[in-house]
Design a protein around this ligand. Structure first.
Ligand SMILES: C[S@@+](CC[C@H](N)C(=O)[O-])C[C@H]1O[C@@H](n2cnc3c(N)ncnc32)[C@H](O)[C@@H]1O
Length: 241
């Protein structure tokens, strides 16, 4: 996968990604909801719901950002302990504030942590989730390998990620919206045009659908499959250790 970075300087992708999310953290939730017309919440809920029948008691939410998935997880799985990790301290600060306001500090803990070098023991989690995170990893295989390591045998991985719609006219509309409309609205809202240009470029470069399943299978995941959401704007990928 070609390395797509947000900015035009020499810093490594991970540093640029953390900087980009630190820049847009204050507006992230609002802009997200606005640009997706609220559909992103439905996608997250559907992904999380896939874990309900497994009733996992310890869940890791990688690239947790402002804790949107972690908070939904605690509603869906009230007995679970949820740990969220991210490399953007500003995103984590906002997430922590939300958790406190919602009185969820007993069930959710947010930590600074890099998906490519997780600070947890082997076989520690019943489930791992990542929403709109894997596309941003500097080293996709390393991140997926680390999640495999910390999952218990039989534990489930649930990944939500943008994909490229393949059907007419969604494919064409998606291109116009993502490539032209979104960076303009994103700049006005968050003052960082590059962040939303990066969104389009990184979705184009991401190995979606079967290509992503191949990556998972090559790393030792089992029973990998995907569910296409909203005509292919995004996919939920699931797999087991
Ligand atoms: C688009 S946001 C998604 C946040 C959240 N999961 C959600 O659904 O709203 C992507 C997040 O991935 C984080 N991220 C990117 N690379 C990471 C890495 N290597 N380790 C941990 N977090 C990472 C970013 O800092 C950012 O907060």
């Amino acid at each position: 996968m070609a390395e797509i970075k947000p900015y035009e300087d020499d810093a490594e992708k991970k540093e640029q990604i953390a900087r980009m999310f630190d820049n847009i953290a204050g507006k992230y939730d609002f802009v997200n909801r606005l640009l997706s017309l609220g559909v992103d919440r439905i996608w997250r809920k559907k992904a999380i719901h896939l874990l309900q029948k497994d009733n996992p008691l310890k869940v890791l939410d990688v690239a947790t950002g402002t804790a949107r998935v972690a908070i939904e997880l605690s509603a869906e799985l009230p007995h679970a302990k949820i740990i969220g990790v991210d490399i953007s301290n500003k995103m984590l600060d906002i997430g922590r504030k939300k958790i406190e306001e919602k009185n969820l500090s007993n069930s959710i803990e947010l930590l600074y942590g890099d998906s490519e070098d997780l600070q947890f023991k082997d076989n520690e989690f019943d489930a791992v989730t990542v929403a709109f995170g894997v596309r941003n990893f500097e080293n996709l295989a390393k991140g997926l390998e680390e999640m495999h390591r910390v999952l218990k045998p039989g534990g489930k991985l649930v990944i939500l990620e943008f994909s490229k719609p393949i059907v007419f006219p969604l494919k064409q509309l998606f291109k116009i919206y993502f490539k032209y409309v979104l960076p303009t609205i994103g700049k006005v809202m968050s003052n960082d045009r590059r962040a939303y240009k990066y969104l389009y470029d990184s979705v184009q470069a991401f190995p979606d659908y079967d290509r992503f399943l191949s990556v998972l299978n090559d790393l030792g995941y089992k029973k990998s499959k995907y569910i296409i959401m909203t005509g292919g704007i995004c996919c939920i990928y699931t797999a087991e250790k």
